[in-house]
Ligand binder design. Structure first.
Ligand SMILES: Nc1ncnc2c1ncn2[C@@H]1O[C@H](COP(=O)(O)OP(=O)(O)O)[C@@H](O)[C@H]1O
Ligand SMILES: [Mg+2]
Length: 372
């Protein structure tokens, strides 16, 4: 693989500048039953997760929650169907654990064993005992004398499952199942915190110790070295002006740097217009993600868009500035509290953040260009 391979990385040598985070994760895996990997979109959370589990050879089940349908409340079966697939993949790879597990899980309510795989019973009235499922997994791991990881990638999506308290299930795993380490990743950090109830004493996971790893954007220097080293793998040596132009536009977001490098390397092009083309394409992706946010909040859709456009236009903007601008646009007073809630929702979803001066900024440069 190369630095510019667009898939999540799985090997240490393909992961640039994450040595410290890997060490931290290694330590956390030995000591902590709950690990959070946090960072904005495309900062390399999934890559860090895959690489760590691969390098440290930890048996794992990773549930990629981006595979869930977007823009709506979810049923439990939409979740269990991707969970089932990942468990079955795991069983194929880990025959010894599978043997124990299948024997144990056979008796769990709502679960059917067929050959080397499981399925969930369909009938409506029949409950699925998910806690029992994870108990069986834990017991199987225990019998093999191992600890395993169950990871939920983009775990804030679990909040959309309305009819089932997954937070309770996670708390149960945390409290009772010693051979399972939970890893949750999240791009929408505020939403993830709300889901696991970091600040809510009534929440089942409240007060549980956890390890957190936060992925930051690359600095200017790191971005530069990343691009130069990446291009070297393709025997390319782009001019400094190209590299600087790209870095200034992409703001140290490794996923965007990778996408640019991939395009440049496959097309053998290193002119500024390639950067502009790549940004135009990336804008569609970023806008699409913002639209998913809006579609879950259609009542205030227009307001969210106006707020985001104001911040994008001003680069950074104070609370009052944004509010005034919104009021002018819709020609109506907006209640302070409601307005603050709108901003908070945008912050929690990772679209904007406060800078040190207390002003709001758009977090992803690409989304900012798209909104201008
Ligand atoms: N440290 C890194 N070094 C090289 N490439 C990386 C690194 N982190 C992420 N990438 C690349 O950036 C892109 C986005 O990474 P990903 O792990 O999917 O981010 P996230 O899960 O935070 O959205 C992928 O193409 C991945 O290969
Ligand atoms: Mg990811």
């Amino acid at each position: 693989m190369t630095f510019f391979d667009p898939k999540p990385k799985v090997k240490k040598e393909d992961l640039y500048n994450r040595e410290e985070e890997l060490e931290k994760l290694k330590f956390a895996l030995k000591t902590s039953p709950l690990i959070l990997i946090l960072g904005l979109r495309r900062t390399g959370k999934t890559s860090l997760l895959y690489t760590a589990l691969n390098e440290f050879k930890i048996p794992n089940i990773i549930v990629d929650l981006r595979a869930l349908p977007q823009d709506k409340v979810l049923s439990l079966s939409e979740f269990t169907s991707i969970l089932r697939q990942q468990i079955n993949n795991f069983l194929l790879k880990r025959r010894k654990i599978a043997k124990h597990f299948l024997k144990l899980v056979e008796h769990v309510e709502g679960i059917r064993v067929m050959g080397l795989s499981i399925s969930f019973k369909k009938s409506r009235r029949e409950k699925i005992n998910l806690a029992g499922l994870f108990e069986a997994l834990n017991e199987a791991a225990e019998r093999e004398g191992i600890r395993m990881v169950v990871a939920f990638d983009e775990a804030q999506e679990l909040r959309r499952i309305a009819a089932y308290r997954l937070d309770r299930l996670l708390a149960y795993i945390y409290d009772r199942l010693r051979n399972i380490t939970l890893i949750l990743t999240g791009s929408q950090i505020g939403l993830l915190y709300n889901f696991i109830g970091v600040n809510n004493p009534a929440s089942p996971l409240y007060g549980r110790a956890r390890s957190e790893i936060r992925l930051k954007n690359f600095t200017h220097e790191q971005s530069k070295e990343f691009l130069i080293k990446g291009f070297k793998q393709y025997n390319m040596h782009p001019p400094d002006s190209f590299i600087e132009y790209a870095i200034n536009k992409l703001n140290g977001v490794v996923g965007w740097l990778t996408l640019l490098g991939y395009k440049a390397a496959t097309q053998r092009r290193v002119d500024k217009s390639l950067v502009d083309e790549m940004i135009e394409e990336a804008e569609k992706l970023a806008l699409n993600e913002f639209n998913h946010f809006l579609n879950l909040r259609w009542q205030a859709k227009r307001r969210y868009i106006l707020i985001m456009k104001t911040i994008a236009r001003l680069e950074k903007a104070a609370w009052t500035q944004i509010k005034t601008s919104l009021e002018i646009s819709i020609n109506k007073k907006v209640d302070d509290k409601n307005f603050t809630t709108l901003l908070k929702n945008l912050v929690n979803s990772g679209f904007i953040h406060k800078n040190q001066m207390g002003e709001y900024e758009i977090s992803d440069p690409i989304l900012k260009y798209a909104l201008k």
